[in-house]
Design a protein around this ligand. Structure first.
Ligand code: S3P
Length: 432
C-alpha cells in the first residue's frame, strides 16, 4: 500500500487515547497462560504481533476467549499441551524469544516458525543462555525455524553483554520452571515489565540494581489492565513538538521509567527553554506508572547526544527521534545503538537511506547515526520511501512527511498493523 503524506499546515489539536502497550499485552497473555486460574485482560493490543502470541497459546491448549475486541478471558491450569503443527510467531520477535524460555522446560517438543523478516533475526541470544540451562534447541545457524526439545532445566547466573528485555524475560520465564535460582545481569536496565508483572502475579523474584533473580515458582492468575503504549505515543509526541501551533493531550500513556527515554530526549532538546511536554494525572495501573501527556509545539529544539543507558529506554523510538532531530537545530548523535540493526529491519541502514532520499542530513555510523538538524520545514520531501516491512519505519516516515515541503509516498504502509492499526485514525482525529 502506497501512502501519500504532504506537509501539514494545520496544527494538531484535541485529545486522543493511546492504544494498548504491545510489550505488556504479550506478557499478559503469556503469563496468564502459564498461571493457574482464570483472569481478565483488559485493553489488549489490536496489533498483529500480540495476536500472534494469543493464537500461539490457544494452539498450546489454553482457553482464551474475547469478551469484546479489547478484553480477553484466559483460563488455564498452568499446563500447556504439545502442538502437532508448528507454532507461528508471524513478525513478532518478542513472541519467539520469550516463548522459547517457556517451551524449553516443557515435557514435550515444539517447532516455532516466523515470517521472512523474523526468520532473519538473531535467535542465538536466547539459544545460548537457554542451552547453558540445559535446553536443547535446533536452529538454522541461529535463526528460525526453532525446534525446541522439552528438557529439565537448571538455574544459572547469566551476565549478558546485551541490555535486552527479550533475553532477560526469556531466561526469567525459563527460570520459573528450572531447578534452583536463575539470575540475569545486564549492562543497563532494559524494560522491566516482566519483573513488575511477575511481582504482581506472586512469582518469587528479586531485583537488585541491574541483576534480577527468579526462583522456581507458580504464577497466580489475576486480572490485568494494560496501559497505553509510549512507543505508539512517541509518533504523536514528535509530531506535536515539530508541527507549528500543535497543542493536544494523549491519554493513558505508560510512563514506566525503563521506557520513557523519549520524554528525557524531548526535555534535553529543549534545554529547559520550553519543554513542550507536560505530564498530567500520574497513576499506577497493574504495577505500571501511567499518565496523560500534554504536547505543545516547541520553538527551540536543539540537537543532543543519545547514548549508553539512554538506549534501552528508547530503542524502539529511535526512528522517530531521528525525525525529531532533523527539526532540532545543530547536531544530534546517537551511539551505542548497534542492536538497532537487528530489529524488524536494519533500522540504522534503512533509516539513513530513506531519510537521505527526502533531504535529511543524516550519516550512518557503526552503532547509530549523526544528524545535522535545521528548523522550519527544511526537509524537501518529493520521494517514494520504502519501509522494509517495518512498522516503526512506516510511521516515522509519516511524521517526517508532516514537515516536508513537498509530498512523500510511503511504500508498505500497511505494516503499521503490526503494532498500531489505529495510527491513521488517531492522526485524523488530531488534524481535522
Ligand atoms: C521488547 C524489548 C525490546 C524492544 C521490542 C520489545 C520487549 O527488544 O525493541 O520491541 O517487549 O521485551 P530488546 O529487548 O531485544 O532490546
Amino acid at each position: 500500500m502506497l501512502k501519500k503524506v504532504s506537509g501539514l499546515t494545520k496544527p494538531l489539536k484535541g485529545v486522543i487515547t493511546i492504544p494498548s502497550d504491545k510489550s505488556i499485552s504479550h506478557r499478559a497473555v503469556m503469563f496468564s497462560s502459564i498461571a493457574e486460574g482464570e483472569c481478565i485482560v483488559r485493553n489488549f493490543s489490536s496489533g498483529a504481533d500480540c495476536h500472534s502470541t494469543l493464537n500461539l497459546f490457544k494452539q498450546l491448549g489454553v482457553d482464551i476467549q474475547f469478551i469484546d475486541n479489547k478484553t480477553l478471558k484466559i483460563k488455564s491450569n498452568g499446563k500447556l499441551i504439545s502442538s502437532q503443527l508448528p507454532l507461528d510467531n508471524g513478525n513478532s520477535g518478542t513472541t519467539m524469544r520469550l516463548v522459547s524460555g517457556i517451551l524449553a522446560g516443557q515435557n514435550f517438543d515444539s517447532v516455532m516458525i516466523g515470517d521472512e523478516s523474523l526468520s532473519k533475526r538473531p535467535m542465538k541470544r536466547v539459544i545460548e543462555p537457554l542451552t547453558l540451562m540445559g535446553a536443547e534447541i535446533d536452529s538454522i545457524e541461529g535463526h528460525a525455524p526453532l525446534k525446541i526439545y522439552g528438557r529439565k532445566l537448571k538455574g544459572i547466573i547469566y551476565p549478558s553483554k546485551l541490555a535486552s528485555a527479550q533475553v532477560k524475560s526469556c531466561l526469567l520465564l525459563a527460570g520459573l520452571n528450572a531447578e534452583g535460582e536463575t539470575t540475569f545481569i545486564e549492562p543497563y536496565t532494559s524494560r522491566d515489565h516482566t519483573e513488575r508483572l511477575f511481582n504482581y502475579l506472586d512469582a518469587d523474584i528479586k531485583v537488585d540494581g541491574k541483576s534480577v533473580t527468579v526462583k522456581p515458582s507458580k504464577l497466580q492468575a489475576k486480572d490485568i489492565d494494560v496501559v497505553g503504549d509510549i512507543s505508539s505515543a512517541a509518533f504523536f509526541i514528535v509530531a506535536g513538538l515539530i508541527v507549528k501551533g500543535s497543542d493536544f493531550v494523549i491519554k493513558n500513556v505508560g510512563i514506566n521509567p525503563t521506557r520513557s527515554g523519549i520524554l528525557d530526549v524531548a526535555a534535553r532538546m529543549s534545554k529547559g527553554v520550553k519543554e513542550g511536554i507536560e505530564i498530567q494525572n500520574s497513576r499506577i495501573i497493574a504495577g505500571e506508572p501511567c499518565a496523560d501527556i500534554r504536547v505543545q509545539y516547541s520553538e527551540s529544539l536543539k540537537g543532543c547526544v543519545i547514548e549508553g543507558s539512554d538506549i534501552p529506554r528508547l530503542i524502539d523510538e529511535l526512528p522517530v527521534i531521528a525525525v525529531l532531530a532533523s527539526q532540532a537545530e545543530g547536531e544530534t548523535i546517537v551511539k551505542n545503538a548497534e542492536d538497532l540493526r537487528n530489529k524488524e529491519s536494519d533500522r540504522i541502514k534503512c533509516l539513513v537511506e530513506e531519510l537521505t532520499k527526502i533531504g535529511v542530513d543524516i550519516k550512518e555510523t557503526n552503532d547509530g547515526f549523526i544528524i545535522q538538524g535545521k528548523r522550519d520545514k527544511y526537509i524537501q520531501g518529493n520521494a517514494e520511501l520504502q519501509c522494509y516491512h517495518d512498522h516503526r519505519l512506516a510511521m516515522s516516515f509519516y511524521i517526517a512527511g508532516l514537515v516536508c515541503k513537498n509530498e512523500i509516498a510511503i511504500n508498505g504502509f500497511e505494516w503499521t498493523k503490526i503494532s498500531f492499526p489505529e495510527f491513521e485514525e488517531l492522526m485524523y482525529k488530531l488534524t481535522t
